[in-house]
Design a protein around this ligand. Structure first.
Ligand code: NAP
Length: 287
Protein backbone atom coordinates (compact mmCIF):
# COMPACT_ATOMS: atom_id res chain seq x y z
CA UNK A 1 0.00 0.00 0.00
CA UNK A 2 1.05 3.62 -0.42
CA UNK A 3 1.04 5.81 2.67
CA UNK A 4 0.18 9.36 1.73
CA UNK A 5 -1.43 12.51 3.13
CA UNK A 6 -4.85 10.85 3.28
CA UNK A 7 -3.80 7.70 5.16
CA UNK A 8 -5.80 7.17 8.36
CA UNK A 9 -4.06 5.75 11.44
CA UNK A 10 -5.68 3.24 13.80
CA UNK A 11 -4.14 1.01 16.42
CA UNK A 12 -4.27 -1.06 19.57
CA UNK A 13 -3.28 0.13 23.06
CA UNK A 14 -2.10 -2.39 25.64
CA UNK A 15 0.78 -3.54 27.83
CA UNK A 16 2.36 -5.83 26.76
CA UNK A 17 1.44 -5.45 23.11
CA UNK A 18 4.16 -7.11 21.02
CA UNK A 19 2.21 -10.40 20.75
CA UNK A 20 -0.93 -8.79 19.28
CA UNK A 21 -2.50 -10.29 16.14
CA UNK A 22 -4.74 -7.26 15.57
CA UNK A 23 -2.41 -5.48 13.09
CA UNK A 24 -2.50 -8.61 10.91
CA UNK A 25 -6.32 -8.66 10.94
CA UNK A 26 -6.86 -4.94 10.27
CA UNK A 27 -4.09 -4.28 7.75
CA UNK A 28 -5.20 -7.34 5.79
CA UNK A 29 -8.82 -6.13 5.80
CA UNK A 30 -7.66 -2.67 4.65
CA UNK A 31 -5.64 -4.24 1.84
CA UNK A 32 -8.54 -6.46 0.68
CA UNK A 33 -11.07 -3.61 0.84
CA UNK A 34 -8.65 -1.06 -0.62
CA UNK A 35 -8.98 1.29 2.37
CA UNK A 36 -6.25 3.87 2.87
CA UNK A 37 -5.40 3.13 6.51
CA UNK A 38 -2.68 1.68 8.70
CA UNK A 39 -3.17 -0.12 12.01
CA UNK A 40 -0.28 -0.17 14.48
CA UNK A 41 0.47 -1.37 18.05
CA UNK A 42 0.82 1.29 20.77
CA UNK A 43 2.61 0.22 23.95
CA UNK A 44 1.18 2.28 26.81
CA UNK A 45 2.98 1.43 30.04
CA UNK A 46 1.19 4.01 32.17
CA UNK A 47 -0.85 7.21 31.88
CA UNK A 48 -3.65 5.81 29.79
CA UNK A 49 -5.52 9.09 30.12
CA UNK A 50 -2.79 11.03 28.26
CA UNK A 51 -2.62 8.30 25.62
CA UNK A 52 -6.37 8.56 24.93
CA UNK A 53 -6.32 12.36 24.91
CA UNK A 54 -3.29 12.30 22.62
CA UNK A 55 -4.95 9.82 20.28
CA UNK A 56 -7.95 12.13 20.01
CA UNK A 57 -5.73 15.18 19.39
CA UNK A 58 -3.90 13.26 16.66
CA UNK A 59 -7.28 12.32 15.15
CA UNK A 60 -6.55 8.61 15.37
CA UNK A 61 -9.43 7.02 13.44
CA UNK A 62 -10.07 4.09 15.79
CA UNK A 63 -8.51 2.19 18.67
CA UNK A 64 -8.60 -1.25 20.17
CA UNK A 65 -7.93 -1.51 23.89
CA UNK A 66 -6.48 -4.66 25.37
CA UNK A 67 -5.08 -5.97 28.65
CA UNK A 68 -4.80 -4.34 31.20
CA UNK A 69 -6.94 -1.34 30.18
CA UNK A 70 -10.34 -2.73 29.13
CA UNK A 71 -12.09 -1.35 32.22
CA UNK A 72 -9.88 1.61 33.14
CA UNK A 73 -10.39 3.22 29.73
CA UNK A 74 -14.08 3.74 30.53
CA UNK A 75 -13.01 6.75 32.63
CA UNK A 76 -11.55 8.52 29.61
CA UNK A 77 -14.24 8.14 26.94
CA UNK A 78 -17.09 10.49 26.04
CA UNK A 79 -19.75 7.78 25.56
CA UNK A 80 -20.22 4.07 26.22
CA UNK A 81 -22.43 1.76 24.19
CA UNK A 82 -25.28 0.30 26.31
CA UNK A 83 -24.25 -3.36 26.01
CA UNK A 84 -20.60 -2.49 26.73
CA UNK A 85 -21.72 -0.61 29.84
CA UNK A 86 -23.51 -3.72 31.07
CA UNK A 87 -20.41 -5.84 30.47
CA UNK A 88 -18.18 -3.25 32.15
CA UNK A 89 -15.25 -3.82 29.80
CA UNK A 90 -14.56 -2.41 26.33
CA UNK A 91 -12.07 -3.17 23.59
CA UNK A 92 -12.97 -0.74 20.79
CA UNK A 93 -13.05 3.07 20.64
CA UNK A 94 -14.72 4.92 17.78
CA UNK A 95 -14.06 8.66 17.37
CA UNK A 96 -17.10 10.90 17.87
CA UNK A 97 -17.41 14.67 18.00
CA UNK A 98 -16.27 15.19 21.59
CA UNK A 99 -13.94 12.21 22.15
CA UNK A 100 -14.36 8.45 21.70
CA UNK A 101 -17.37 6.15 22.05
CA UNK A 102 -16.47 2.79 23.63
CA UNK A 103 -17.80 -0.59 22.50
CA UNK A 104 -17.24 -4.22 23.44
CA UNK A 105 -16.73 -6.35 20.32
CA UNK A 106 -15.25 -9.37 22.18
CA UNK A 107 -18.65 -10.65 23.17
CA UNK A 108 -20.54 -9.98 19.92
CA UNK A 109 -17.43 -11.52 18.34
CA UNK A 110 -17.86 -14.69 20.37
CA UNK A 111 -21.55 -14.75 19.48
CA UNK A 112 -20.85 -14.33 15.74
CA UNK A 113 -18.24 -17.08 15.97
CA UNK A 114 -20.77 -19.37 17.67
CA UNK A 115 -23.41 -18.59 15.04
CA UNK A 116 -20.97 -19.40 12.25
CA UNK A 117 -20.25 -22.74 13.98
CA UNK A 118 -23.98 -23.45 14.46
CA UNK A 119 -23.79 -23.19 18.28
CA UNK A 120 -26.99 -21.83 19.83
CA UNK A 121 -27.39 -20.22 23.29
CA UNK A 122 -31.16 -19.77 23.30
CA UNK A 123 -32.87 -22.18 25.72
CA UNK A 124 -29.55 -23.95 26.25
CA UNK A 125 -28.16 -25.21 29.56
CA UNK A 126 -24.65 -23.79 29.69
CA UNK A 127 -21.60 -24.58 31.81
CA UNK A 128 -19.00 -21.81 31.96
CA UNK A 129 -15.57 -22.90 33.22
CA UNK A 130 -13.81 -19.98 34.93
CA UNK A 131 -14.89 -16.76 36.58
CA UNK A 132 -12.45 -14.16 35.27
CA UNK A 133 -13.14 -11.23 32.95
CA UNK A 134 -13.86 -13.45 29.94
CA UNK A 135 -16.20 -15.75 31.88
CA UNK A 136 -18.11 -12.76 33.24
CA UNK A 137 -18.67 -11.48 29.69
CA UNK A 138 -19.76 -14.93 28.52
CA UNK A 139 -22.29 -15.07 31.38
CA UNK A 140 -23.70 -11.69 30.23
CA UNK A 141 -23.93 -13.02 26.67
CA UNK A 142 -25.83 -16.10 27.89
CA UNK A 143 -28.28 -13.79 29.65
CA UNK A 144 -28.71 -11.55 26.57
CA UNK A 145 -29.25 -14.48 24.21
CA UNK A 146 -31.79 -16.35 26.31
CA UNK A 147 -29.90 -19.30 27.80
CA UNK A 148 -32.14 -21.41 30.02
CA UNK A 149 -29.65 -21.99 32.86
CA UNK A 150 -26.00 -21.11 33.38
CA UNK A 151 -23.64 -22.91 35.77
CA UNK A 152 -20.36 -21.11 36.50
CA UNK A 153 -17.71 -23.54 37.71
CA UNK A 154 -14.61 -22.00 39.18
CA UNK A 155 -11.72 -22.93 41.46
CA UNK A 156 -12.42 -19.82 43.54
CA UNK A 157 -16.12 -20.08 44.35
CA UNK A 158 -16.43 -16.47 45.55
CA UNK A 159 -15.60 -15.17 42.06
CA UNK A 160 -18.26 -17.38 40.48
CA UNK A 161 -20.70 -16.21 43.16
CA UNK A 162 -19.93 -12.54 42.39
CA UNK A 163 -20.71 -13.01 38.68
CA UNK A 164 -23.87 -14.97 39.50
CA UNK A 165 -25.08 -12.22 41.85
CA UNK A 166 -24.43 -9.52 39.28
CA UNK A 167 -26.13 -11.29 36.37
CA UNK A 168 -29.07 -12.50 38.47
CA UNK A 169 -29.80 -8.95 39.65
CA UNK A 170 -29.76 -7.72 36.04
CA UNK A 171 -31.93 -10.62 34.88
CA UNK A 172 -34.26 -10.60 37.88
CA UNK A 173 -34.09 -14.40 38.26
CA UNK A 174 -31.75 -17.16 39.40
CA UNK A 175 -30.37 -17.74 35.90
CA UNK A 176 -26.77 -18.25 37.03
CA UNK A 177 -25.69 -20.83 39.60
CA UNK A 178 -22.11 -20.76 40.99
CA UNK A 179 -20.42 -24.10 41.70
CA UNK A 180 -16.96 -24.99 42.97
CA UNK A 181 -15.20 -26.59 40.00
CA UNK A 182 -14.60 -29.99 41.59
CA UNK A 183 -18.32 -30.27 42.42
CA UNK A 184 -19.22 -30.79 38.74
CA UNK A 185 -20.90 -34.10 39.68
CA UNK A 186 -23.85 -32.02 40.87
CA UNK A 187 -24.62 -31.43 37.18
CA UNK A 188 -24.96 -35.11 36.23
CA UNK A 189 -28.10 -36.28 34.48
CA UNK A 190 -28.08 -34.26 31.27
CA UNK A 191 -25.80 -32.77 28.57
CA UNK A 192 -24.59 -29.17 28.33
CA UNK A 193 -22.95 -26.62 26.07
CA UNK A 194 -19.65 -25.97 27.91
CA UNK A 195 -17.67 -22.78 27.35
CA UNK A 196 -14.07 -23.03 28.55
CA UNK A 197 -13.11 -19.52 29.73
CA UNK A 198 -10.07 -20.16 31.93
CA UNK A 199 -6.50 -19.66 30.76
CA UNK A 200 -5.67 -23.34 31.44
CA UNK A 201 -4.50 -25.23 28.34
CA UNK A 202 -3.12 -22.15 26.61
CA UNK A 203 0.29 -22.47 24.92
CA UNK A 204 2.79 -23.55 26.33
CA UNK A 205 0.62 -25.33 28.96
CA UNK A 206 -0.90 -27.49 26.20
CA UNK A 207 -1.19 -30.75 28.17
CA UNK A 208 -3.62 -29.37 30.77
CA UNK A 209 -7.37 -28.96 30.98
CA UNK A 210 -9.05 -27.20 33.88
CA UNK A 211 -11.02 -30.40 34.55
CA UNK A 212 -8.95 -33.48 33.80
CA UNK A 213 -11.48 -36.05 35.09
CA UNK A 214 -12.78 -37.72 31.96
CA UNK A 215 -16.24 -38.39 33.46
CA UNK A 216 -16.95 -34.63 33.30
CA UNK A 217 -16.84 -34.77 29.51
CA UNK A 218 -19.78 -37.17 29.38
CA UNK A 219 -21.83 -34.11 30.40
CA UNK A 220 -20.75 -32.06 27.37
CA UNK A 221 -22.44 -32.20 23.95
CA UNK A 222 -20.54 -29.13 22.66
CA UNK A 223 -17.31 -27.63 23.96
CA UNK A 224 -16.30 -24.07 23.10
CA UNK A 225 -12.79 -23.13 24.21
CA UNK A 226 -12.01 -19.42 24.03
CA UNK A 227 -8.32 -20.30 23.98
CA UNK A 228 -7.05 -20.53 20.36
CA UNK A 229 -3.42 -21.55 20.73
CA UNK A 230 -3.05 -24.55 20.46
CA UNK A 231 -5.62 -25.11 17.72
CA UNK A 232 -6.99 -28.13 19.55
CA UNK A 233 -6.73 -27.71 23.32
CA UNK A 234 -6.77 -30.63 25.70
CA UNK A 235 -10.29 -29.54 26.72
CA UNK A 236 -11.38 -29.88 23.09
CA UNK A 237 -9.72 -33.30 22.71
CA UNK A 238 -11.49 -34.55 25.83
CA UNK A 239 -14.87 -33.28 24.59
CA UNK A 240 -14.35 -34.97 21.22
CA UNK A 241 -13.14 -38.23 22.82
CA UNK A 242 -16.48 -38.35 24.66
CA UNK A 243 -18.56 -37.88 21.51
CA UNK A 244 -19.05 -34.10 21.63
CA UNK A 245 -18.20 -31.43 19.07
CA UNK A 246 -15.55 -28.85 19.95
CA UNK A 247 -14.43 -25.42 18.73
CA UNK A 248 -11.55 -23.10 19.63
CA UNK A 249 -11.44 -19.31 20.22
CA UNK A 250 -9.75 -18.26 16.98
CA UNK A 251 -13.02 -17.18 15.35
CA UNK A 252 -13.82 -15.15 18.46
CA UNK A 253 -10.55 -13.30 17.96
CA UNK A 254 -11.30 -12.89 14.25
CA UNK A 255 -14.83 -11.56 14.71
CA UNK A 256 -14.00 -9.13 17.52
CA UNK A 257 -11.62 -7.58 14.97
CA UNK A 258 -14.10 -7.71 12.12
CA UNK A 259 -16.85 -6.05 14.17
CA UNK A 260 -14.43 -3.29 15.25
CA UNK A 261 -13.38 -2.78 11.63
CA UNK A 262 -17.04 -2.53 10.60
CA UNK A 263 -17.68 0.08 13.31
CA UNK A 264 -14.71 2.23 12.28
CA UNK A 265 -15.26 2.05 8.54
CA UNK A 266 -19.04 1.70 8.21
CA UNK A 267 -18.76 -1.44 6.07
CA UNK A 268 -20.00 -5.01 6.28
CA UNK A 269 -17.36 -7.72 5.95
CA UNK A 270 -18.48 -10.72 3.90
CA UNK A 271 -18.09 -14.33 5.04
CA UNK A 272 -15.59 -14.94 2.22
CA UNK A 273 -13.35 -12.13 3.45
CA UNK A 274 -13.73 -13.35 7.06
CA UNK A 275 -12.71 -16.88 5.97
CA UNK A 276 -9.67 -15.53 4.15
CA UNK A 277 -8.49 -13.54 7.20
CA UNK A 278 -9.07 -16.64 9.36
CA UNK A 279 -6.82 -18.67 7.06
CA UNK A 280 -4.08 -16.02 7.41
CA UNK A 281 -4.42 -16.05 11.21
CA UNK A 282 -3.99 -19.83 11.17
CA UNK A 283 -0.90 -19.47 8.97
CA UNK A 284 0.59 -16.87 11.34
CA UNK A 285 0.00 -19.13 14.35
CA UNK A 286 1.18 -22.27 12.47
CA UNK A 287 -2.20 -23.87 13.23
P1 NAP B 1 -8.62 -13.99 34.11
O1 NAP B 1 -9.52 -12.86 34.42
O2 NAP B 1 -7.21 -13.96 34.58
O3 NAP B 1 -9.32 -15.36 34.66
C1 NAP B 1 -8.66 -16.58 34.59
C2 NAP B 1 -9.60 -17.71 35.01
O4 NAP B 1 -8.89 -18.94 34.87
C3 NAP B 1 -10.07 -17.65 36.47
O5 NAP B 1 -11.37 -18.15 36.56
C4 NAP B 1 -9.08 -18.59 37.18
O6 NAP B 1 -9.60 -19.20 38.34
C5 NAP B 1 -8.93 -19.65 36.11
N1 NAP B 1 -7.67 -20.37 36.28
C6 NAP B 1 -6.43 -19.96 35.93
N2 NAP B 1 -5.53 -20.92 36.24
C7 NAP B 1 -6.22 -21.95 36.79
C8 NAP B 1 -5.86 -23.23 37.27
N3 NAP B 1 -4.60 -23.65 37.26
N4 NAP B 1 -6.83 -24.04 37.75
C9 NAP B 1 -8.13 -23.64 37.77
N5 NAP B 1 -8.54 -22.44 37.29
C10 NAP B 1 -7.60 -21.61 36.82
O7 NAP B 1 -8.50 -14.21 32.52
P2 NAP B 1 -9.58 -13.79 31.40
O8 NAP B 1 -9.31 -12.41 30.95
O9 NAP B 1 -10.93 -14.16 31.88
O10 NAP B 1 -9.12 -14.73 30.17
C11 NAP B 1 -9.27 -16.15 30.23
C12 NAP B 1 -8.77 -16.76 28.92
O11 NAP B 1 -9.56 -16.32 27.83
C13 NAP B 1 -7.33 -16.39 28.56
O12 NAP B 1 -6.69 -17.57 28.16
C14 NAP B 1 -7.46 -15.45 27.38
O13 NAP B 1 -6.37 -15.53 26.49
C15 NAP B 1 -8.73 -15.99 26.74
N6 NAP B 1 -9.41 -14.97 25.88
C16 NAP B 1 -9.58 -15.25 24.55
C17 NAP B 1 -10.19 -14.31 23.72
C18 NAP B 1 -10.36 -14.60 22.24
O14 NAP B 1 -10.51 -13.67 21.45
N7 NAP B 1 -10.39 -15.86 21.83
C19 NAP B 1 -10.66 -13.09 24.24
C20 NAP B 1 -10.50 -12.85 25.62
C21 NAP B 1 -9.85 -13.81 26.43
P3 NAP B 1 -9.53 -18.44 39.78
O15 NAP B 1 -10.63 -17.42 39.76
O16 NAP B 1 -9.75 -19.52 40.76
O17 NAP B 1 -8.16 -17.83 39.85
Amino acid sequence: MTINGHTKTLGVIGCPIAHTLSPLIHNLLAQILDHNLVYVPFLVEKDLESAIKGARALQISGLNITIPYKTEVLKYVAEVDDFAQKIGAVNTLVPIENGFKAYNTDIPGLYRAMLSDGVVLKDESVIILGAGGAARSVAMLCMEKGADKVYILNRTLSKAQAIADEVNVLKGSELVVPIEIMDYKKLAGRKYLCIQATSVGMHPDVDSAVIEATEFYDLVHTGYDIVYNPCETKFMSLVKAHGGQAFNGLKMLLYQGIIAYELWNDVEISDDVADFVLSKLKEELNL
